[in-house]
Design a protein around this ligand. Structure first.
Ligand SMILES: [Zn+2]
Length: 519
């Protein structure tokens, strides 16, 4: 096998984020100076955006840089495929459901662009000075030569994003032409001077991202394909030559994308890589993402402490929703759900702490039910779910999630003493207006309950807010497994069926789960 090895130089030495740094001041400002610099004709004339992305990616890989910092859970799945797509100089599409960080990942591609890129100053489509495609720049370079002014583009200026909707027109996307002017020019109708450029040409020499590609009208897809394929396109029947230099990236919902007739075949054919995204595979991954994204470190007079089991319940809620038959699978359950829920849960704890003048705000299970506004709007319900209503579905999901997390800590634990306390007629109403000291005292009155909180990793002298929250979690877990009951008026009580005859066993566990609607 013959081995070929190229001379390789990494120009982008340092990693500076986004915009053009102070180094810009030293960048050449005229075409003559540009030619003498390391942005030489030899290096730049035939280097496409895809070459540029590939070269910088190779340098990053060689240095072992972190490529997509903050994108969690894709290290072994999506990221390697994106790398392969860029190395292959492919246009690619990310297929995935809502809230899978598709857009975020695409935006991070800009970090693979040069820190600064030269263009013919004033050009609407950022012409490459060595290879201008618009008439204005060709004329300018001809008349001014080495004196032609050169501008510089930062990474952020080389990224254009568009959400596809059925009403996007050719004019929006590609451009418009003044037919009267065009007609007057006679044979010169393809003259670019008469074109009002759309988004795509304005993204020239950068990355153009289209979200929800299947929503784009067929006519526009054809236009897109023509530009990718031939570098020319018809606008209002006039042929316009636009050999654009672009990296095209798309996103779509997998079902929409594969549905027959949604995407024209030749366009599909030109998308080099089709990459599937996914929701976090393990609960811990989800928790890590939610913890990173949720706004929890807030300026506040109260200290916010979020126990691990609360984070687990919130994440479990999203996992449960993704599996629930009553929720539309094609639409998915966005990672934004647990993020918003956790934010709302913390806010409710904060609100309570402020009202009762506690110093520490610790979210309780009760706060989850107050986070329904962060849940219901994010669930697309199937018919069965619609019948039940979003609120009921959300409550059932919370209960299910609490039960699962409860089992992680207390599977097989002996809770007979606590259950018995309720069976003997005990009840406890959780009052939102109680400060945590009073709350902890009340919960402490239930035999064996506080002792169980050790299972959650609590030590002997935790603040009252932490102890109260933990004890309430145990009760909510028992409620979730129908060992005890809970309703609006009386709070936690004995599971109702057991107070009715026949009562064979006193203080025993109910063998048959009893179905009952609460709240
Ligand atoms: Zn130009």
């Amino acid at each position: 096998m013959r081995r070929v090895r190229f001379q390789w130089v990494c120009y982008n030495r340092e990693q500076r984020g986004g915009s053009v740094s102070t180094a810009t001041q030293e960048l050449p400002r005229t075409f003559g100076a540009l030619r003498q610099s390391h942005f030489s004709r030899e290096r730049y004339a035939s280097r496409s955006v895809k070459d540029e992305l590939r070269q910088n990616l190779i340098c990053k890989l060689q240095r072992g840089d972190a490529l997509f910092p903050g994108i969690l859970g894709y290290e072994d799945t999506v990221v390697p495929q994106v790398i392969n797509a860029v190395l292959s100089r492919h246009n690619f599409i990310l297929l995935g459901l809502r809230g899978q960080a598709k857009t975020r990942l695409i935006r991070m591609l800009t970090s693979l662009l040069d820190e600064a890129a030269p263009f013919v100053e004033g050009c609407e489509i950022h012409d490459n000075p060595y290879k201008p495609i618009c008439r204005r720049c060709r004329d300018l370079l001809e008349s001014l030569g080495d004196e032609t002014p050169i501008g510089w583009l930062g990474r952020d200026h080389r990224y254009v994003e568009k959400l596809a909707t059925p009403d996007v027109t050719i004019a929006d996307m590609i451009g418009d032409i003044d037919p009267i002017k065009a007609a007057r020019r006679g044979h010169d109708i393809s003259d670019e001077l008469t074109v009002h450029y759309g988004l795509l040409p304005r993204a020239n020499r950068g990355i153009f991202a289209i979200n929800e590609l299947p929503d784009l009208a067929g006519k526009i897809q054809v236009g897109l394909f023509n530009i990718m394929q031939e570098g020319d396109v018809q606008i209002k029947g006039y042929p316009v030559r636009l050999p654009l230099d672009l990296m095209l990236v798309f996103t779509a919902n997998p079902e929409d994308y594969t549905a027959r007739g949604k995407i024209i075949t030749p366009l599909k054919d030109r998308i080099g890589s089709e990459i599937r995204t996914h929701y976090p595979a393990a609960l811990e991954q989800g928790i890590a993402i939610t913890s990173q994204e949720a706004w929890l470190t807030r300026p506040s007079p109260v200290e916010v402490v979020v126990p691990g089991y609360v984070r687990e319940v919130v994440e479990q809620l999203a996992f449960a929703a993704r599996e629930d038959k009553r929720i539309d699978k094609r639409s998915g359950v966005s990672q934004r759900l647990p993020i918003s829920v956790l934010e709302n849960v913390v806010s409710n704890a904060e609100r309570r702490a402020l009202r009762v003048r506690d110093d520490v705000a610790v979210p309780r299970m009760l706060d989850l039910y107050n986070a329904l506004p962060a849940i219901t709007g994010k669930l697309e319900l199937e018919y069965e779910g619609e019948l039940k209503g979003g609120d009921t579905v959300a409550r059932e999901l919370i209960r299910l999630a609490v039960g699962k997390v409860y089992d992680r800590y207390f599977e097989g634990a002996n809770v007979a003493q606590i259950v018995q306390w309720f069976d003997l007629g005990g009840s406890l109403k959780l009052d939102e207006n109680l400060d945590s000291a009073t709350m902890a005292k009340q919960l402490g009155g239930i035999q064996g309950l506080m002792e169980k909180t050790k299972g959650l990793g609590l030590s002997a002298n935790e603040p009252d807010a932490v102890r109260a929250a933990a004890a309430e979690f145990v009760l909510e877990g028992l409620y979730s497994h129908r060992r005890i009951s809970r309703n609006e008026e009386r709070g936690f009580t004995a599971e109702e069926k057991k107070r009715e005859p026949p009562r064979e066993e006193s203080g025993g566990r109910p063998e048959r789960p009893v179905r009952r609607q609460f709240n």
